[in-house]
Design a protein around this ligand. Structure first.
Ligand code: 8LE
Length: 481
């Protein structure tokens, strides 16, 4: 069966000139539609190869696995993989890089083969460097072109990449895919002041077919365009794909973007470490994201035991690279939350399916009076409320022994102009929506449109001072004033 899997080898080799038949909805029709059990059998062989490779080339894995009593020769089934191979965490990567700088003792190729250096975007703590070899960069471009094809992008399309070009892998990954696809890459970028107005102007001039960025930025950009007297629907965009944060798989947010631009919206993205990060990525005809298992083998797991949860259940994705040689990630725990469903999907692919995309980071869950809520669920509830002005903030604090939440929500311009009556009605609507959808009783404040700051990257809508509060108390109790 592997004989028919297109361009499937270890180490990975790609034909950079290959393009599918223009009428095909699939890039690699066999790999995408083969029976899942046959694919799993091929994945098992690849896992045996990649584990043997990592054991030989990476002291990081060798020592971890020796300690756990695992040797690659023991891998006889996917269950063995799940039961015997320990997960790794971002903290393990950081500590490996601090003891074996700069790329850690999991760099499996000679440093001379490193083609691109990227890294984590966090602003605190030691950053992690991603060292990507030339061959891996090709593999990434091929994987991304393949998934962008599934979203409907075709050679010759103009694709605007409107995300910051720095160490962030989002923009570069989209660019690599667009180039390999034979599209007209338009790396507009983001991040400098005044860029949103200029981006709107360029979109109006160029009429690109595709757009990449964060969902938050797409909404901000449309607002900017409208303020500048432009109509985003006249940009002529046909598809917009997003990564970096929840949004594109939240129905009300997706519809809002589709409505603002008149384009189809696709969700994608796992983590920078897991590039080709589009391995969780949407396809025309299937809402949410697919897990392209022959690129990155994803197990949705119980966060405590790291065993796979049944289809239909919530869990945290644990990722394993199948087409990377430079810093292969083997069972990297994401810390995110999702629900997976069994394939096949409406688009005919036999991959597992994440209908809600990624709901959020498990750590970002907020517990208020016994109710658990994720920031993306609050966003979903507000986006469904008529008159929502496009931004909000969630304040969480501790009053006495109770956690309290306050949500500051913008009303849209038309509503705001209507005065007090409308503001009061909106306040009631928002409170009801939060209660009905999430069981939340939160204090609500209605504010004027544009009261909250916009971003061209990932939104930070939760301001939680409980940790700062607890820390201050600990300091005080420790007597260090
Ligand atoms: C919900 C995937 C990429 C390059 O766009 C990215 O944001 O990588 P990064 O900076 O390593 O951040 C990864 C985290 O962003 C994930 O763990 C997840 O919490 C969030 N994230 C990325 N894409 C999505 C997402 N959350 N939906 C997404 N589509």
């Amino acid at each position: 069966m592997t004989a028919r899997m297109e361009q499937w080898s270890f180490p990975p080799k790609f034909d950079d000139g290959y393009l599918p038949d223009p009428d095909s909805r699939y890039w690699f029709s066999h790999r995408e539609t083969m029976p899942a059990a046959d694919r799993d059998a091929a994945i098992l062989v690849r896992l045996q190869e990649i584990c043997a490779y990592a054991y030989d080339h990476a002291p990081f894995y060798r020592s971890k696995w020796d300690e756990a009593g695992f040797h690659p020769s023991q891998l006889k089934s996917l269950e063995d993989f799940e039961e015997r191979v320990p997960v790794i965490r971002k903290a393990d990567l950081r500590s490996s890089q601090s003891s074996a700088p700069p790329f850690g003792d999991y760099l499996c190729v000679p440093e001379g083969e490193v083609h691109h250096i990227h890294g984590t975007s966090g602003t605190t703590g030691r950053p992690t460097a991603f060292a990507i070899s030339r061959e891996d960069w090709r593999a990434i471009a091929n994987a991304h072109a393949r998934i962008m094809w599934a979203m409907g992008m075709r050679p010759g399309d103009t694709i605007c990449v409107a995300a910051i070009f720095s160490l962030y892998m989002g923009s570069w990954g989209a660019l690599a895919g667009a180039e390999r696809l034979g599209a007209k890459a338009f790396p507009f970028g983001a991040g400098a002041s005044g860029m949103s107005s200029r981006c709107a102007q360029w979109l109006d001039m160029l009429k690109p077919a595709g757009f990449y960025g964060t969902p938050t930025y797409a909404i901000h950009l449309a607002e900017t365009a409208i303020k500048d007297g432009l109509d985003p629907r006249k940009f002529g965009l046909r598809y917009m794909f997003f990564s970096g944060e929840p949004g594109a798989s939240i129905p009300a947010v997706r519809e809002r973007i589709e409505d603002l631009y008149g384009a189809s919206v696709f969700d994608c993205g796992s983590m920078g470490e897991m590039t080709p990060w589009m391995h969780l990525g949407g396809a025309r005809g299937t809402p949410g994201m697919l897990s392209w298992q022959d690129i990155v083998y994803t197990e949705v797991c119980d966060p405590e035991t790291h065993s796979r949860v049944p289809y239909g259940s919530r869990g945290t994705p644990v990722y394993t690279h199948l087409e990377r040689m430079s810093q292969p990630m083997i069972r990297l725990e994401s810390g995110d939350l999702t629900i997976w469903e069994d394939g096949p999907t409406p688009c005919g692919r036999t991959y597992p399916h994440l209908p809600m995309g990624i709901i959020g980071r498990i750590d970002d869950m907020i517990t208020i009076r016994g109710e658990n809520v994720y920031p993306s669920e609050i966003e979903a509830a507000l986006s469904k409320t008529d008159g929502y002005g496009g931004e909000h903030r969630v304040f969480v604090t501790r009053e006495g022994t109770m956690d309290e939440m306050m949500i500051s929500v913008e009303l849209d311009d038309a509503g705001w102009q209507q005065g007090d009556e409308r503001r009061k009605a909106f306040h009631a609507q928002v409170s009801r929506q939060l209660h009905d959808m999430l069981g939340l009783r939160a204090a609500v404040e209605v504010v004027a449109p544009n009261s909250h700051e916009r971003t061209d990257f990932k939104a930070k809508r939760v301001i939680d001072d409980r940790e700062a509060f607890a820390e201050m108390r600990r300091r005080q109790e420790g007597g260090s004033s």
